[in-house]
Ligand binder design. Structure first.
Ligand SMILES: [Zn+2]
Length: 180
């Protein structure tokens, strides 16, 4: 991904929004949303349905015993068509890379309440990398190697977006947090 926050290529910030501005012009409902809502396809259906219950699923190749993300029909590691199955992830991850978007208006007028936000690549314990936003701390405080845990942002149709926040006491409050 682009590491240059000044360039503001909207494609490089697609964890948050792609062409939100053009969609807003034609769709007043879309304009009222604060965030681009990803479509749900055939491969990603189980992933999105599980988010309704706050469960983070990772697709798993039973041929080579490795996880994969994003969802697809062929394993990118070994090329086998599977069988691919779904496994629930722990929600624990480490930040691989992070940038701060200083112009949230480019992701939609109301996005991030107009404040800078963090776009990150995080490595899940299960060995897959996801693009996401890190929330629950100042965006400039997100560092490479930082431990984070999943937290959920509701979408308009009942699905939820998997975001991540600092792990531990400073992290976002979670009812199911492990007290240990
Ligand atoms: Zn495989």
């Amino acid at each position: 991904m682009s590491a240059d926050p000044v360039r503001n290529d909207p494609v490089s910030t697609n964890a948050t929004s792609t062409n939100a501005a053009s969609a807003d012009a034609a769709d007043p409902e879309a304009a009222a949303r604060t965030r681009f809502e990803p479509p749900m396809g055939a491969e990603s259906g189980p992933f999105w349905e599980a988010t309704r219950e706050g469960r983070l699923l990772v697709q798993w190749c039973t041929a080579c015993d490795r996880g994969l993300f994003y969802p697809r029909t062929l394993c990118p590691h070994c090329g086998a068509p599977g069988p691919l199955e779904w496994r629930e992830a722990s929600g624990r991850a480490i930040v691989h890379a992070a940038v701060v978007e200083h112009r949230p208006e480019l992701a939609g007028a109301a996005f991030a309440q107009g404040k800078p936000f963090c776009i990150a690549l995080v490595d899940l314990e299960e060995g897959v990398r996801m693009m996401t936003n890190v929330v629950g701390c100042p965006p400039g405080d997100v560092t490479i190697g930082m431990a984070v845990t999943v937290t959920w942002e509701p979408l308009s149709d009942g699905r939820q977006l998997a975001l991540f926040g600092p792990a531990g006491p400073a992290g976002p409050a979670r009812e199911d947090a492990d007290p240990s």
